[in-house]
Design a protein around this ligand. Structure first.
Ligand code: DC
Length: 228
């Protein structure tokens, strides 16, 4: 049997981490974990409870409720992807809209939230065979991951991709709002105190501003094969 490894994919928002991670997981028969979805689901919970909005954030209330937040992933055969459930309810669509996108970076600054989610992320990977994407996977969650990738692309390219993705999925958004959000999340994610987004010293950086999906996939698969 082939050895199983942990592949950590970090990088700025909308760099295509999840697309590549899903493709890799499918090819290798690995489990894919979208950690951004976990931070988004906690943010949705806070919004639904009126603990957060663009003008206020009652951090204490959210922290007190953390034990009441149960997150699970369920595989959707038709979509060929896992979907996230918040306290038993499928929230996959709700967490992708602009409301959550605008607030998630604030929620992700809370150490208590990070501690809970990091524990859950490590628990999934007991048997390896994992592709996990996020911001702190190679630095904090799995500092010993066998392969670490750090994805990047220009803010404009990323915002264009994200805009198209949202429009294709039927969300009503405007491009400037999406670009602003991408830049603002970059800023908050890279400057927060706990687990800021930084490239791990042993991560391989990939700028995909001008790279097609197939080229990226082939390049990464060759890196994976070197490790197996
Ligand atoms: O990957 P994404 O864009 O769906 O992530 C949403 C937000 O969650 C991102 O702006 C920062 C936060 N996040 C994080 O802090 N740590 C992770 N491992 C994943 C996401």
């Amino acid at each position: 049997m082939k050895k199983k490894i942990i592949i950590a994919i970090d990088g700025f928002s909308s760099t295509g981490k999840s697309t590549i991670a899903k493709q890799l997981a499918k090819q290798l028969g690995y489990i894919y974990v979208d950690t951004g979805a976990m931070y988004r689901a906690v943010t949705l919970y806070a919004i639904q409870k009126n603990y957060i909005s663009t003008s206020f954030f009652d951090k204490e209330k959210l922290i007190n409720d953390l034990d009441k937040i149960n997150l699970t992933f369920v595989y959707n055969q038709e979509q060929e992807a896992s979907e996230i459930f918040l306290n038993g309810k499928n929230v996959e669509k709700l967490i992708r809209g602009m409301e959550v996108s605008k607030l998630v970076s604030k929620v992700a600054t809370l150490s208590e939230v990070r501690k809970k989610l990091v524990l859950a992320q490590r628990a999934v990977a007991k048997n390896k065979g994992i592709v996990m994407d996020g911001r702190d996977i190679g630095t904090v969650v799995f500092p010993d991951a066998e392969l670490k990738l750090f994805m990047n692309a220009s803010p404009d390219k990323r915002a264009k991709r994200r805009y198209k993705e949202l429009i294709d999925k039927g969300y009503e958004v405007n491009y400037q709002e999406v670009l602003q959000n991408v830049k603002e999340r970059d800023r908050i994610d890279s400057t927060r105190k706990d687990s800021p987004l930084v490239k791990a010293s042993d991560a391989i950086e990939l700028d995909n501003s001008d790279m097609g999906l197939q080229e990226q996939f082939e390049r990464i698969m060759s890196l994976v094969n070197d490790k197996l």
